[in-house]
Design a protein around this ligand. Structure first.
Ligand SMILES: [Ca+2]
Ligand SMILES: [Ca+2]
Ligand SMILES: [Ca+2]
Length: 223
């Protein structure tokens, strides 16, 4: 009962502006790739709920001068690297991912293709992904009869995915009169209700006391 009430209060005071969804579809034949989202979110939100996923990774191969592909290698990559979610405190920038994606497409325990993925919500509130250190190696592929298994070069890597960002504005309980400022008016309201409950009970303890006063002073200024 108590916990559900607490959650209800928290939700009612938390403003969620909505989720912004960005998709990317990039490829590289060894060059660096820099993707930036077409829109931005408020970089100064109190918190950001985020989710990202690389939904598709594929490679082109070259055999006898012909480009063959794209060949889906998504399931050759550790799923833990392809998906992430969480909540981080603002303001931006927030780094979601900074590590190599590696695929062993032919399962011979040698990495055939890799790239470093740096994914972030940048300081201006844009989603950003930088693909660097692209390594395109070779891979054993069954070319069918009569060629059989051949060692072929990887020519290009493809990467599709999305980033979801939800900026969250936390409640400003210290702003008792709700005018967007924590200032002397709020202090006076708390003092006026000293020992009571309700207005000025910033921490929800049931009593307006020195703890609430300190919280108001600690939150001084604009909310
Ligand atoms: Ca391999
Ligand atoms: Ca106020
Ligand atoms: Ca209190």
């Amino acid at each position: 009962m108590y916990i559900s009430t607490l959650i209800a209060i928290t939700l009612s005071h938390t403003q969620i502006a909505g989720t912004t969804h960005w998709e990317f579809s990039e490829n590289s034949n060894g060059n660096d790739v820099h993707w930036v989202s077409p829109t931005s979110v408020d970089a100064n939100a109190d918190q950001f709920e985020y989710q990202f996923e690389i939904t598709y990774v594929a490679v082109d191969i070259i055999f006898l001068g012909q480009i063959i592909g794209p060949n889906d290698v998504t399931d050759q990559i550790d799923p833990a690297l392809l998906f992430g979610f969480g909540v981080e405190n603002g303001p931006a920038p927030l780094v979601f991912m900074d590590e190599p994606l590696e695929a062993d497409a032919d399962g011979d325990a040698e990495i055939d293709v890799s790239a470093n993925i740096f994914m972030q919500l940048n300081a201006k509130g844009f989603g950003q992904m930088d693909i660097t250190e692209v390594f395109l190696g070779d891979v054993m592929v069954d070319m069918g009869w009569p060629l059989g298994w051949q060692n072929v070069d990887i020519d290009r890597i493809y990467m599709d995915g999305y980033m979801d960002i939800t900026p969250i504005t936390l409640p400003c309980n210290e702003d008792i009169n709700g005018d967007g400022q924590v200032n002397v008016t709020d202090i006076l309201t708390a003092i006026g209700n000293w020992g009571g409950s309700g207005d000025g009970d910033v921490d929800g303890s049931g009593t307006v006391d020195v703890t609430d006063l300190l919280a108001i002073v600690g939150a001084w200024g604009p909310c």
